[in-house]
Design a protein around this ligand. Structure first.
Ligand SMILES: *[C@@H]1O[C@H](CO)[C@@H](O)[C@H](O)[C@H]1NC(C)=O
Ligand SMILES: *[C@@H]1O[C@H](CO)[C@@H](O)[C@H](O)[C@H]1NC(C)=O
Ligand SMILES: *[C@@H]1O[C@H](CO)[C@@H](O)[C@H](O)[C@H]1NC(C)=O
Ligand SMILES: *[C@@H]1O[C@H](CO)[C@@H](O)[C@H](O)[C@H]1NC(C)=O
Length: 565
């Protein structure tokens, strides 16, 4: 029995030692409380504004996310930092627009042969929390760079960017070519793009989807279990789903669970994991002290026909600057602090979270070692999250405008109820194109379409004078306002905002598009093929506990009946 306990603690110890501490804590953490909560961010990939039942989808099943919505607050005017994965995540995690960080150019997202990543002078949310004494952890999709020098240096991995604990993770992403059904790719997955890491080590190539969701959840539970040893110290956990990006997948429990097909199955599986996270916080007695945010990284990849999600009628989708590309589902949950069942129409941005925690957790010692304070693009939304913002206060949409970029092109700006488009990109599958039927026979995409992925200058549509929409009356951007006494000054305000904004952007090195194929991860070279993912530590813990129960039972039996034989 003692041996087992020893084993338990040595597993915990080993895990803590394996994670070297690169960012130092400068300040003591606040004692965890409802006003200084743990923070868990649940980031879903490509989930559309209209993909959840609670956001109006007529075919998606009720899931644990609907319970989260009933117990928390749902936002209808939440925006991502960009409409593609890497820049939107870069924006969220630094609180700064991707244009400031240089997450522009190249393929618009990091691909395995990119040598760039988040610049080291940027401070990630994890680093910021860590400087303030929080414990930090993550699992799932990263997509903010991998290697810089060779295929194992891992310079840009989450463990180098403030995360103490890193479980099962996708340093790149789940892509369509990872599909294992052989329906779209008869030769099976393209392993060069499909790999899974455990911490800093590549462990599956190609990655296997069957146990992926369970493993992600297990690693979250393991982190939580370890946190119980320091109950007053707050933590930050980034749970970043590979769902519902193509290729969609579902294990045997969720396959055919949705009337909507595989896309809905994939949502149901993801939502199960959300339920597990919330339930384990509740059963650990941590719910009142933990703020959980669920959001998408941007709009759905609507170009993928039935493999893409729903914008609920918002125009466009992933990769362009219409509302369908930027407006995201966003749910906040913290029983007792975040009002239950509330719907907020206030304009918020994924970048506001950084600014909110930064303001709430002053740490002068950390500022002293940073040469300069980098300008943040968000605003503090703590009182809005709590539903305590006074009606008399200026609307957040006027406090900080929403800027819509397509790569390095500034396309549009929203302030107040108005959105002004200077440029737009063409919309694929816009209903006027006869080829749509050819591209999506029976709703099945023939290719991984990205009409506006790179936003090349020659494909952009210039609007002079700029188009103005009232996105409160007309979130679908159907009816540009006609020139009148209101529209002309709105264009003037938009021009001023954009001028000021441009002045604030300092030239920086572009991180995307510097390729060297020798940095591409490869498991067991030269094969680049493996499956050596270990049993998850939480599962091991549970197994050890079971063993302990059995041995306790044996001891009891022994004490009553004496030893066997
Ligand atoms: C990879 O690069 C890192 C950093 O430059 C270096 O420390 C390491 O030795 C290199 N590994 C190999 C196998 O060359
Ligand atoms: C797999 O993807 C790589 C790029 O990552 C590409 O060069 C290669 O041609 C692809 N292989 C197949 C069989 O499609
Ligand atoms: C509709 O799609 C076609 C083909 O992609 C494109 O030429 C056209 O500009 C699109 N229209 C709009 C309004 O985006
Ligand atoms: C790519 O990386 C390898 C290994 O570090 C290096 O020898 C080579 O010069 C690099 N190629 C380019 C084009 O930078």
């Amino acid at each position: 029995m003692h041996r087992l306990e020893g084993l338990l603690s040595s597993i915990l110890l080993l895990i803590s030692i394996a994670n070297s501490h690169r960012t130092e804590p400068f300040c003591n953490p606040p004692r965890v409380s409802p006003d200084d909560p743990n923070v868990v961010v649940l980031m879903v990939d490509d989930l559309g504004w209209g993909d959840l039942q609670s956001y109006g989808n007529p075919a998606q099943e009720e899931t644990p996310i609907e319970k989260m919505v009933r117990e928390g607050t749902r936002f209808t005017n939440a925006y991502s930092a960009d409409s593609m994965c890497s820049p939107s995540r870069a924006g969220f995690i630094t609180g700064r627009l991707p244009i400031r960080i240089g997450v522009t150019g190249g393929a618009r997202v990091f691909i395995p042969q990119d040598i760039g990543g988040l610049p080291k002078n940027e401070r990630t949310m994890a680093e910021m929390f860590k400087e303030r004494g929080f414990a930090t952890g993550m699992v799932g999709k990263w997509h903010l760079g991998i290697n810089e020098h060779n295929n194992t240096d891992g310079s840009h991995l989450p463990s180098r960017r403030g995360f103490d604990y890193v479980g099962v993770n996708l340093p790149f992403t789940n892509v369509w070519e990872c599909d294992t059904t052989q329906k779209m790719f008869p030769d099976g997955p393209n392993a060069t793009k499909c790999f899974l890491y455990d911490g800093d080590e590549i462990v599956q190539q190609p990655m296997v989807f069957d146990d992926m969701t369970v493993n992600l959840v297990d690693d979250f539970k393991f982190f939580l279990e370890e946190r119980k040893t320091e109950p007053t110290r707050p933590f930050f956990f980034y749970f970043s789903f590979p769902h519902v990006h193509s290729a969609q997948f579902a294990n045997s429990e969720f396959l055919h669970s949705s009337m909507r097909g595989l896309y809905g199955d994939n949502i149901n599986e993801m939502a199960w994991a959300v339920g597990e996270v919330l339930d384990s916080l509740t059963s650990s007695g941590m719910a009142e002290n933990t703020l959980v945010i669920l959001m998408s990284d941007h709009g759905p990849h609507a170009e993928l026909c039935l493999n893409g999600g729903s914008t609920a009628g918002l125009k466009g989708g992933k990769s362009n600057s219409y509302e369908g590309g930027f407006r995201i589902p966003f749910v906040a949950w913290q029983p007792g602090t975040i009002p239950a069942g509330r719907v907020s129409h206030e304009v918020i941005s994924s970048m506001d979270l950084y600014k909110t925690f930064y303001d709430k957790l002053p740490c002068e010692a950390a500022e002293k070692v940073k040469q300069q304070l980098l300008p943040l693009d968000g605003t503090n939304i703590w009182s809005e999250l709590k539903g305590k913002r006074s009606k008399k206060e200026k609307s957040l949409s006027r406090v900080r405008p929403i800027f819509y970029y397509c790569n390095s092109h500034l396309m549009a700006v929203r302030f107040g109820r108005h959105k002004v488009h200077f440029k737009t990109s063409p919309i694929f599958r816009n209903g006027t194109d006869e080829n749509t039927k050819q591209w999506c026979p029976g709703g099945k995409p023939l290719d991984d379409w990205y009409v506006s992925q790179k936003c090349p200058e020659d494909e952009l549509i210039l609007h002079d004078p700029p188009l103005v929409f009232d996105v409160v009356y007309d979130p679908y951007e159907m009816y540009p306002l006609v020139d009148d006494d209101i529209v002309i000054p709105i264009r003037g305000i938009a021009s001023d905002l954009i001028l000021d904004h441009r002045f604030s952007i300092k030239p920086t090195h572009q991180q995307l598009g510097r390729f060297n194929s020798s940095v591409m991860p490869c498991c067991d070279p030269p094969l680049c093929k493996c499956n050596k993912l270990k049993k998850r530590p939480y599962t091991q813990l549970q197994m050890l506990r079971k063993l302990r129960e059995i041995s306790e039972e044996e001891e009891l039996l022994e004490s009553v009946y004496g030893p066997e034989n």
